[in-house]
Design a protein around this ligand. Sequence first.
Ligand code: PD2
Ligand code: ZN
Length: 243
Amino acid sequence: LLELRNQKRAGENSVPDDHADALRPLHRPEPLSTGSGNLLRVIDRDVRVVFRLERPRMVLFEGFLSNAECEELITSSRRQMSSSQVIDIDTGGEKPSDERTSSGTALAREGTPTIARIERRIAALLNWPLQNGEAIQVLRYDIGQEYKPHYDFVDPALPGSSPFLQRGGQRVASFLMYLNTPNAGGSTSFPDLGLDVPAVKGNALFFAYDCAHPSSRTLHAGMPVSAGEKWIATKWLRENAHA
Ligand code: PD2
Ligand code: ZN
């Protein structure tokens, strides 16, 4: 076992040159500390820490959104949903993909008082500038729909990554807010960690990437919904201002 581990270490250290950029350490958000308890006052809400993980840095928060906020985000998104796309790494644009079968919409940053309040709460909780956040993406998954395992950062070695990276730099963390509790299925799963986070209305999952490389251990998937529907809102955090 030790030998195997050493081999893996050696392999990781001798990465080809075009991975050097991917291994660059990312400056990333660190959520507020709770001190000795598990409760955090975040501007206007009491948020409870359910669990914390060191590597990758991950924290699950309970009660980050109120029921009314979850319902308002769903109502205001429902009318403007279209088939979800993924980043097209050849062009830097977007394209449909079997990997991601949900439908979704982007909510303009500070587009409504509710969105602005939620964005200020995220910025306070993560101590990360509001301007460094992308527009919130709302996703709906119907029965059988899923988001297959993927990373949320882009590989800087791929040709299409530069338009993405020029606007705000690399993604450094994901903040997933669960807007409802699916009747069955729909958890967020981390295959490298053996971790499965159930979707629970109002909860929010934070995870950060220490570099834009699989060694960040942030491979994750939205598991298929097996009963009812699943709604989430995702805020991705960038290194710099995302204009
Ligand atoms: O819906 C999810 O649980 C999920 C899983 C993985 C969402 C995302 N990734 C994402 O929005 O990046
Ligand atoms: Zn993702």
